[in-house]
Structures are given as structure tokens and as C-alpha cells.
Design a protein around this ligand. Structure first.
Ligand code: HEC
Length: 389
């Protein structure tokens, strides 16, 4: 019963998380696009630029002020709850999915740390990540955005490697995503919103606003724009076992982050120049290299593996969870809809099983049923013999 309730909690929180996340990132993409596409040739000293657009059957005319209008409009729209609610639902998901069932989902199969220590480490990494990032942004490095970006990426890679030593691949990935997401929401909460409140407060009080704060807010908003792409990949990475399930999953994450930031940079600058157009072929090439490098190793050994041996293996290592009636605590139904009660069902899922239990060591979850490498090889040979027929 408890597992069933957790399933539904997971569904509801995840659904809301995706919806508010879309609202946040959609608005963020739109405003960065707006900023990059403003017509700045406009002859009006108060305005930084303007833009005309057509959407949904109507024509819009937007204007950006150099700093602020002389009087405040009656209705000024703020964008903050999209960010806050994405973060809140994200933390709830971490708890529902990873922390409430830490043995299965959070811990690396051979981790020396206890569940509670790993949870504390995960939570601390979110806070620590923000503190380090904020310090970097206030250090002299802020004058050199490229260097700051590289230092940040190196630090995150180190964290990804460290976490992957004590957490399962998917948990390590999600934590890196949550660390970056926390930086982004920290930018909104601690930098962008205070700057905007200061701006609005100054206009309302009739004093001259301090221009340095909005400038800093724009910079952090740009950081968020670049950080979005790696985060979105991480949030869908659970579908791609060849990334988080790899022995060098932290390196794969770094490569994907570099590719996505380069592509983002091209799209952000392409109206001013084509200097970064190389990012597109670079991304394609790099993805092909990664697909090649992550290809599963050849099976060692050959010969025939008896059906009976595989049936026994499924019983010993998989059916406690992957069955019409799972017996493993915490599972109300067969996870991912995969039932392995007989060999016909196993054949039906052969490609996915190969990916999860032979090419990578993702299954059995956290290797809770202690499957050996030799057994994985046997399973691989049997699966291959089924498709060859
Ligand atoms: C402790 C419980 C547990 C055991 C034991 C277990 N699994 Fe899983 N398995 C899961 C869970 C949970 C998921 C769903 C993961 C997710 O949310 O994507 C899953 C998902 C899968 C999937 C689907 C992945 C996809 O493509 O989406 C396959 C295939 C799979 N397991 C195969 C196996 C095999 C083969 C074994 C035995 C060698 C095994 N599992 C043992 C819990 C288990």
C-alpha cells in the first residue's frame, strides 16, 4: 500500500515539476531571445530598444527601458514563482524517488556510506554548490566569463565524479542537475529579485536607481540561460542508461554539458555574428564520438547457455521486483512495466534487458541480488542467441 501511495505521489509531483519547469524555462528563453533581438536603433533616450512580434494571431509591440520608466505602471508582471515552484517540486521529487527508498535508488551498489550519510551529502551538495558558485561570481573571475564558466564546469565535474563513487549513476546525475538547478534558482532569489525590487523601489520613491544591480541581474540571468541545457538533459537522462550507467558517467556528463553550452552560445550570438557556427558540426561530431565510445564491450566467451540456467537466473536476480506479483519491499507493481516471470517475457524485453544488465550494471537495482559478472556474460550470450535465430 505504501509503495502504491509513493507511486502516485511521484506521479503528481513529477507532473507539476515538469509543468512549472516548462513555464520557468519558457519565460527564461523568451526573455533572453527578446534581449538579443531588440532593435536598438530606436531614437528615444529612455528606451534601450523595441521589438515587434506576431504570435497567436496578434501583433505585439514591446519596449525595453534603459533603466526604468518615470512612473510605475499599474500592473507590472514578475516572474519568480515559476522558478521557486520548480525548485520546491524538484526537492520533493528527490525525497520521493531517491531518499524515501535510498537502498534501491540512491546508493551505489558497493558504497561504503550509509543511506543517511549519503542523503546528508546529497542535500549538502545543493547548498554547497550555490555557495561556491556565488563566491566565484563575486570573485575577480567575474571579469572573465569564459574562465568562470570553465572553472565552474571543472568543479561540477569533480562533484559528479565524487557523487558517482557513492551514489548510483542515475542518482549522481540527478544530484548534479539539482545542484545546477539550485544555482539557477539561487540567482533568481538572491540576485535577480533583490535587484528588481531595488529598481521598482527607486522609481516609486522617486530616487535614481543604482544601475549596477540590474546589470548584475542580467548577467546571472544569462548564466541561467546557459545552465538550462545541461540541466534539461540531466532531467531526462534516466532514459539513457548508456550515459549514467557507464563507468565514466561523469566524463560523459561533462562532454554533453560542453556540447550543449557551445550550441546555446551559437544560438545566443548568431544574430550578431556567425563566429560560433562551428559549435553545430562540433556537437554532431562529438555526439558521434560519444556514441562510439559508449558502445558495449564484446561478450566474452561463447557457446550455448541453457534455458534452464537463465530461468534460474531470473528467479534469483530479477523476479523479486520484475514479476506480476513483486515480493521486494517498496514495489507494488513490476517496475517500468517489465515482467520477467518466464522466458517469453524475457525475450520480449531482450534489448532493454541487455542494456540494463549486460552492457551496463544498472540492473539489478543497486545490485541488491548480487548478480556476478559471469552471470551477466551468460545472460548476454543467451540473449544474443535468441535474436540470432
Ligand atoms: C530491487 C528491485 C529490482 C531488481 C532486483 C531488478 N530490477 Fe529491473 N528495474 C527496477 C526498477 C525500480 C526499474 C525502473 C527504473 C525506472 O524507474 O526507470 C527497473 C527497470 C528495469 C528495466 C526497464 C528499463 C527501461 O528500459 O526503462 C529492465 C529491462 C530491467 N529493469 C531489467 C532487470 C533485470 C534483467 C533484472 C535482473 C537481472 C532486474 N531488472 C532486477 C527494479 C529492479
Amino acid at each position: 500500500m505504501e509503495a502504491h501511495i509513493i507511486d502516485w505521489l511521484n506521479l503528481v509531483v513529477r507532473w507539476v515539476h515538469v509543468i512549472v519547469g516548462i513555464a520557468w524555462i519558457g519565460a527564461s528563453f523568451y526573455f533572453v531571445w527578446l534581449e538579443n533581438n531588440l532593435d536598438r536603433s530606436i531614437k528615444n533616450a529612455d528606451l534601450a530598444g523595441e521589438l515587434w512580434a506576431i504570435h497567436g494571431g496578434g501583433i505585439y509591440h514591446l519596449q525595453k527601458y534603459n533603466l526604468a520608466p518615470k512612473t510605475m505602471p499599474k500592473h507590472l508582471h514578475w516572474f519568480k514563482w515559476e522558478a521557486y515552484s520548480t525548485w520546491i517540486t524538484g526537492v520533493l521529487l528527490l525525497i520521493v524517488v531517491f531518499y524515501s527508498n535510498a537502498d534501491s535508488y540512491l546508493l551505489a551498489s558497493q558504497s561504503v556510506l550509509s543511506a543517511n550519510t549519503t542523503i546528508a551529502l546529497g542535500a549538502a551538495s545543493l547548498v554547497g554548490g550555490w555557495l561556491v558558485y556565488d563566491l566565484l561570481c563575486k570573485s575577480p573571475l567575474r571579469q572573465q566569463p569564459m574562465v568562470l564558466g570553465l572553472v565552474l564546469m571543472a568543479a561540477l565535474t569533480l562533484v559528479a565524479w565524487g557523487l558517482s563513487e557513492v551514489m548510483s549513476g542515475r542518482a549522481a546525475y540527478i544530484h548534479v542537475g539539482a545542484i545546477i538547478g539550485t544555482m539557477m534558482v539561487g540567482n533568481v532569489f538572491f540576485v535577480i529579485m533583490p535587484a528588481q525590487r531595488d529598481l521598482v523601489g527607486a522609481i516609486t520613491a522617486g530616487r535614481q536607481p543604482d544601475p549596477s544591480k540590474p546589470k548584475n541581474a542580467l548577467l546571472r540571468s544569462r548564466h541561467n540561460n546557459y545552465l538550462t541545457l545541461p540541466v534539461v538533459f540531466i532531467m531526462i537522462s534516466n532514459h539513457f542508461p548508456s550515459t549514467y550507467g557507464s563507468g565514466v558517467n561523469w566524463l560523459i556528463l561533462l562532454c554533453l554539458a560542453l556540447i550543449s553550452v557551445a550550441v546555446r552560445h551559437y544560438f545566443n550570438t548568431r544574430h550578431q555574428s556567425q563566429a560560433y557556427v562551428w559549435a553545430l558540426p562540433f556537437a554532431v561530431l562529438a555526439l558521434m564520438v560519444m556514441a562510439y565510445v559508449t558502445a558495449p564491450a564484446k561478450l566474452s566467451g561463447a557457446g550455448k547457455v541453457a534455458d534452464a540456467e537463465i530461468s534460474q537466473m531470473m528467479g534469483q536476480h530479477c523476479q523479486s521486483c520484475h514479476s506480476a506479483n513483486p515480493t521486494f519491499v517498496g514495489f507494488a507493481t513490476a517496475p517500468a512495466g517489465v515482467m520477467l516471470d518466464d522466458l517469453t517475457q524475457l525475450r520480449q524485453h531482450s534489448a532493454r534487458v541487455y542494456q540494463q544488465a549486460v552492457a551496463t550494471h544498472i540492473m539489478p537495482l543497486a545490485n541488491q541480488t548480487n548478480m556476478t559478472e559471469a552471470e551477466r556474460q551468460q545472460l548476454g550470450i543467451w540473449l544474443a542467441s535468441q535474436t540470432d535465430n
